[in-house]
Write a protein that binds this ligand. Structure first.
Ligand SMILES: [Mg+2]
Length: 196
C-alpha cells in the first residue's frame, strides 16, 4: 500500500482513463500545425480568422475520436475502489469539457465523475500549467500532500509536480521518460490497484 493516505485523485483522460487513440502528429498535419509544436498554443498564435477555422476543425477531429473512446483495462475497478473508500476523483484534460463528457460517456466512465470535477481547457489554463490541479485542490478544500495526479504524458506529470502533488506516470511501454517530474511509475492500472 505504497499510496496510502492520498484521498484526492486527479486523472488525465486520454491515454490514462481511456485507451490512447490520439495520433497527435496526424492531427497536427490535418490542422497545419508544425511538427513538434503544441496544438493549443499554435492556435493561440494564429490570426483570428485562421484560429476560428482551425478550432472548428480540431473540434470535429476531437468529436470523432471521443466517439471511439474505450476504457483502460481495470480503470473501473480502480475508480470504484477509490470512491468506495471515500476518495475524491477528478479529471484534468487539455480537451474542452464537452468533448471530455462525450469521451467519458463513450467509454462508460461518466458514472464515476460529477460534472464539476471534469476540468477542461475553458475552466483553467491547460496543462502543463498547474492551474487545474490547484483549482481541484481548492474545490476539495485539500492540500497537495493528500493529492495524486495520474497521467501518461509530460504535461500531466509537470502540472502535478508543480502544484506540489504526488505524481504517477502510467506508461505501458515502460520507457518512463520525465523522471524529474515523476514520483511513482506503473505500466498498468492493475499495478496501480495493487498500490492502494
Ligand atoms: Mg494523456
Amino acid at each position: 500500500m505504497i499510496l496510502q493516505g492520498y484521498n484526492h485523485w486527479i486523472f488525465d483522460m486520454d491515454g490514462t482513463l481511456t485507451m490512447p487513440v490520439h495520433d497527435f502528429d496526424k492531427i497536427r498535419t490535418e490542422l497545419g500545425v508544425e511538427e513538434g509544436h503544441s496544438i493549443l498554443e499554435a492556435i493561440e498564435n494564429m490570426s483570428d480568422g485562421k484560429a476560428i477555422e482551425t478550432k472548428r476543425k480540431l473540434t470535429r477531429i476531437e468529436t470523432d475520436l471521443a466517439n471511439q473512446a474505450s476504457p483502460q483495462p481495470d480503470i473501473e475497478s480502480l475508480l470504484g475502489r477509490l470512491i468506495n473508500r471515500g476518495c475524491k476523483v477528478g479529471i484534468l484534460t487539455r480537451n474542452d469539457e464537452q468533448i471530455a463528457h462525450r469521451t467519458l460517456q463513450a467509454a462508460g466512465l461518466d458514472i464515476f465523475f460529477e460534472d464539476r470535477v471534469i476540468i477542461g481547457r475553458e475552466t483553467c489554463k491547460p496543462k502543463p500549467d498547474p492551474a487545474g490541479v490547484l483549482y481541484l485542490m481548492e474545490m476539495w478544500h485539500t492540500t497537495a500532500e493528500s493529492t495524486i495526479v495520474v497521467g501518461d504524458y509530460l504535461h500531466d506529470l509537470k502540472a502535478g509536480f508543480e502544484a506540489g502533488a504526488t505524481t504517477v506516470h502510467f506508461d505501458s511501454s515502460e520507457v518512463y521518460e520525465w523522471p524529474e517530474y515523476t514520483h511513482h511509475r506503473v505500466s498498468s492500472i492493475n499495478q496501480l490497484l495493487a498500490m492502494i
